[in-house]
Design a protein around this ligand. Structure first.
Ligand SMILES: [Fe+2]
Length: 528
């Protein structure tokens, strides 16, 4: 005869109580279950006598809390065996076995046996309660581990040296904030500015109370922690006052190094965990993994920058050595590179011109006369009219230049610019006598840039030409020497400004970026 009212106890628990009740009922014993408010949630009578649930609830209420805290069975009276039921370390119900009048006939051994039965059941139920929780915990850990692996996979597969450090580090921050709930996250990286190391904010999101000045101090604290054998700096108000001094909005903080205690290039910092009171060892592992990936990227990026600088440095050394053969053409290659890039950028305003082409044009301009390395100084520096033989020697420089560069496979797109920079639209140029569109776009651009610089620079046989006169000659050369579209674009640009930039030796007060960067960007395009 069951009278079940499920209230605070789950259906599965009620089911388990019913099974136990069935066993007790077979021995003529009644089972009652009361919730934390002493309401009867199950009354299973064997049919031999009627339990007084209200009176039993009253008796339980009179029992001291200590009697129900230790979850062990105890005889409340001669006829009532009670046992508290614990879930998550707190008593949520009380089981009561009512033996009725039969208790008088029960020996003390039988009473002990009954108590053991109830306790065993209680323990089994507690264990059964833990299993789903353990499964849930394990499942959460597994899911977090999976997300961490995905994050690290994304960070490693997106590691392209051609990407800027700022965008990679920002991606790392964004991905990390999908896994950890924090108020603010930031990556600070050390940079060398004017020979001094300075720490700066490279990426981040949310509200970050740590500014670059504080980040400098934070790195000192972090180094202390690392030297003390820790893997990270963790400071929190959770277990007492903060160990270090932070802005007052910081309640907890985690910081891991980019690099190690001896060679720290920056740090990854997060403040104020939102979904838990403090950062923990799981966060330390995750943050360190992300910081390591960032460090690998920064190091690769640095090596790539060095490679680019080495490459452009070699190219400039080569062109400078050619220019040095003739004092009147000093700086000519750098200027032609700059003018060529100027034209290509302005051409991009009237038709599609890729960034890649602009870089190629710059390098073709820089290297256009590289073939002069094979021409004797007596011809290059000759003060007077060249003989036909000498002129044909000079005319060989585009071929020599193209031949030198064709040995470097990364230069294959530059070669046509070098080979064709003395071709003319009317086919009267050299070395191949190409006409119109047969001449590569790069060569047509470099040809104009070369002519403009040659006319406006002082030469061994004449003074620098007036800029307007040079522009008139260029306009007259449309269709014969020069490509019309390129000349129009050039004449429509602010040539006076261009000329001033060149004359000032590329001083940076003309609203354009550092000339050295043009070179490293351009060779970066070749190496990628
Ligand atoms: Fe040339």
């Amino acid at each position: 005869m069951n009278n079940t009212i499920a209230q605070t106890i789950s259906d599965s628990q009620i089911g388990q109580f019913n099974e136990l009740a069935h066993k007790f009922n077979q021995f003529g014993l009644n089972l009652l279950v009361f919730d934390a408010q002493r309401r009867c949630v199950l009354q299973a009578d064997a049919g031999k006598f009627q339990s007084d649930a209200a009176r039993i609830a009253e008796l339980i209420g009179q029992t001291s809390a200590a009697d129900t805290e230790n979850a062990s069975a105890a005889w409340l009276s001669e006829t009532l065996l009670i046992c508290p039921v614990k879930v998550n370390q707190s008593v949520v119900a009380v089981m009561v076995v009512d033996t009725g009048s039969q208790s008088h006939e029960k020996t003390s051994q039988e009473k002990i046996y009954l108590a053991c039965m109830v306790e065993d059941f209680n323990k089994n139920m507690a264990t059964a309660q833990q299993v789903p929780r353990q499964i849930e915990k394990f499942s959460n850990e597994l899911s977090r581990a999976y997300e961490e692996i995905v994050l690290l996979y994304n960070l490693s597969t997106n590691m392209q040296v051609t990407q800027s450090s700022a965008s990679y580090l920002q991606m790392a921050c964004d991905q990390l904030t999908q896994l950890v709930q924090v108020e603010g996250i930031a990556i600070f990286v050390e940079r060398e500015i004017d020979g001094h190391k300075q720490i700066g904010l490279s990426a981040g999101s949310g509200v970050m109370a740590i500014d670059p000045v504080r980040a400098d101090i934070l790195q000192m604290y972090l180094a202390e922690e690392l030297h003390a054998g820790k893997d990270a700096l963790i400071d929190s108000t959770q277990d007492g006052p903060l160990k270090y001094q932070w802005p007052e909005t910081v309640h907890n903080i985690i910081a891991v190094p980019l690099g190690n205690a001896e060679k720290m290039s920056g740090c990854l910092v997060a403040t104020n965990a939102l979904d838990k009171p403090d950062f923990d060892t799981t966060d330390i592992k995750l943050f360190n993994s992300v910081a390591n990936q960032c460090m690998v990227f920064i190091e690769n990026n640095r090596l790539f920058d060095e490679l680019k600088e080495l490459f452009i440095g070699c190219l400039r050394a080569l062109t400078n050595s050619i220019d040095a053969k003739d004092q009147y053409t000093r700086g000519h290659s750098e200027r032609v590179a700059f003018i060529s890039r100027w034209i290509a950028e302005h051409l991009g305003r009237v038709r599609p011109v890729s960034e890649k082409l602009i870089h190629h044009v710059y390098l073709a301009g820089l290297l256009h006369d590289i073939g002069k390395i094979g021409i004797g100084e007596e011809v290059l520096r000759k003060n007077g009219r060249l003989t036909d033989a000498e002129y044909s020697v000079i005319q060989s420089h585009p071929r020599i230049g193209a031949s030198i560069l064709s040995g470097i496979h990364q230069m294959e797109d530059i070669v046509p610019g070098v080979l064709g920079h003395h071709e003319r639209m009317d086919g009267k140029g050299y070395p191949q006598g190409l006409k119109g569109d047969e001449i590569s776009l790069i060569a047509r651009i470099v040809s104009l840039a070369d002519a403009f610089d040659a006319m406006t620079s002082k030469r061994v046989y004449r003074n620098a030409m007036n800029i307007q006169k040079a522009l008139d000659i260029i306009e007259d050369g449309i269709g014969t020497q020069f490509d019309e579209e390129i000349v129009r674009v050039f004449l429509d640009s602010d040539v006076q400004k261009l000329w001033h930039i060149i004359q000032d030796g590329f001083i940076e007060n003309w609203d354009f970026s550092n000339i050295d960067e043009y070179g490293t960007q351009a060779v970066g395009e070749l190496i990628r």
